[in-house]
Design a protein around this ligand. Structure first.
Ligand code: GAR
Length: 317
C-alpha cells in the first residue's frame, strides 16, 4: 500500500463537499488524507468544521489583495502542509495562471453541472431554463480554461417537475458528496494502479510506427509488426508486486550504471539478460516523458533500417 496522498482543500463556503471528502478519508483503506483546509473567507463554515475535526486550517481574506499575492499565500500554505494535491470544494475565486501551472495535473474541482454544459455560475437555473432532463455535478482537472479541464467523473441528477434552482441544488449536493470522494480517491490512486500504468505505456508504445501489442508470458508486450519486440510491461511477475517497463539498453555496463544511480527505480529483469532494463512505473513519481523517450529508444534499437530512416527524416522537421 502506498502512503496516503496528502490533499489540501480550498473552500469559500459551508464546506459540505469538504466534509464529504474528510469523512471518506477517515474510512479504512482510504487513499488520501486531508492535511489542510484553506479559505479566502474567514467566516467560512468549512473552517469551523475542519477545526472541530482537528484538521489544520488557513484563512486569508482576498479583500484588498492582488490576485497573484493571494494565490501565492494559498500556495505557500498548501506547500507548508506538504500537500500533493489540491481539491477545490466551492472555492469561489478564480485562480491565476501561475497557481494553475504550479498545480497542473494535481488540482481538482467540483462543479455543479454536467460539464461541458454550463461552466461558470447559475448552473441549475440554466439547466432548468433549457428544459434539460438532468442536472448534476462534475469533477474535473483545473486548467486555465475555467471549468473546462479534463472531466474525471460526473453524477447525473434528474430534474423533477416544479424544481427550482434551489431544490435542484440541494439534490445535486447529495450527488456531489458521493462523487467527489470517489473520483479524488481514484485519481490519487492512478499512479499505483497497474491497469492505468499499462494504459499509459500502451498509448505511448502504440504511437510508434508499425507498433503492435501482443501478450507474452502473461505480460503486455509491444513489438514491430512481424518484427522484434521493443517493450514489455511486467505486472506482478512471479508475485513480485512490481509494475515496470522493460526496455532495451546497450548492455551490461549501462544496466549496472542505471541500477547504481537509482536502485529503487531500475533493476535487472530476470530472464532478460544484459540487453534490457526494468524501470519501475509504480513508485508514484513516474516521469512519462522519460518513459516515452525510453520507448522510442527501444523501438529504434529493434526497428529495421528502413523504418528508423523514416523516423530520422521526420525528426529533422
Ligand atoms: C458546490 O455545489 C460546488 O459544486 C459549487 O459550490 C458548492 C459548494 O458547496 N462550486 C461551484 O459553483 C464552483 N464554481 P459546499 O460549500 O457545501 O461544498
Amino acid at each position: 500500500m502506498p502512503d496516503k496522498a496528502r490533499v489540501a482543500v480550498l473552500v469559500s463556503g459551508t464546506g459540505t463537499n469538504m466534509a464529504a471528502l474528510l469523512y471518506a478519508s477517515r474510512l479504512p483503506g482510504a487513499a488520501y488524507e486531508i492535511v489542510l483546509v484553506a479559505s479566502n473567507d474567514l467566516a467560512a463554515g468549512a473552517l469551523a468544521l475542519a477545526e472541530a475535526e482537528g484538521v489544520a486550517t488557513f484563512a486569508l481574506s482576498h479583500k484588498g489583495m492582488k490576485r497573484a499575492e493571494h494565490d501565492a499565500a494559498m500556495d505557500a500554505a498548501a506547500r507548508e502542509a506538504k500537500a500533493d494535491y489540491i481539491a477545490l470544494a466551492g472555492y469561489m475565486r478564480v485562480l491565476g495562471p501561475a497557481f494553475v501551472a504550479d498545480w497542473q495535473g494535481r488540482m481538482l474541482n467540483i462543479h455543479p453541472s454536467l460539464l461541458p454544459r454550463y461552466p461558470g455560475l447559475d448552473t441549475h437555473a440554466r439547466a432548468i431554463a433549457a428544459g434539460d432532463g438532468h442536472g448534476g455535478a462534475s469533477v474535473h482537472l483545473v486548467t486555465d480554461d475555467l471549468d473546462m479541464g479534463e472531466v474525471l467523473g460526473r453524477a447525473e441528477v434528474a430534474i423533477a417537475p416544479g424544481d427550482t434552482a434551489e431544490t435542484l441544488a440541494e439534490r445535486v449536493k447529495f450527488a456531489e458528496h458521493q462523487l467527489y470522494p470517489r473520483v479524488l480517491a481514484d485519481y490519487v490512486s492512478r499512479p499505483f494502479d497497474p491497469d492505468w500504468l499499462v494504459a499509459q505505456v500502451r498509448e505511448r508504445a502504440m504511437a510508434l510506427p508499425h507498433a503492435e501489442e501482443t501478450l507474452s508470458h502473461g505480460m503486455p508486450c509491444f513489438g514491430i509488426e512481424k518484427g522484434k519486440k521493443f517493450a514489455w510491461v511486467s505486472m506482478d511477475h512471479h508475485g513480485d508486486g512490481k509494475t515496470a517497463l522493460l526496455a532495451k539498453i546497450d548492455g551490461a555496463d549501462e544496466q549496472a550504471q542505471l541500477i547504481e544511480n537509482d536502485p529503487e527505480r531500475y533493476y535487472r529483469p530476470a530472464y532478460f539478460g544484459d540487453g534490457w532494463i526494468g524501470i519501475r512505473l509504480d513508485l508514484g513519481d513516474t516521469d512519462w516523458q522519460s518513459i516515452e523517450d525510453w520507448l522510442s529508444r527501444s523501438w529504434r534499437a529493434v526497428a529495421p533500417k528502413k523504418l528508423t530512416g523514416l523516423m530520422d527524416a521526420a525528426d529533422q522537421f
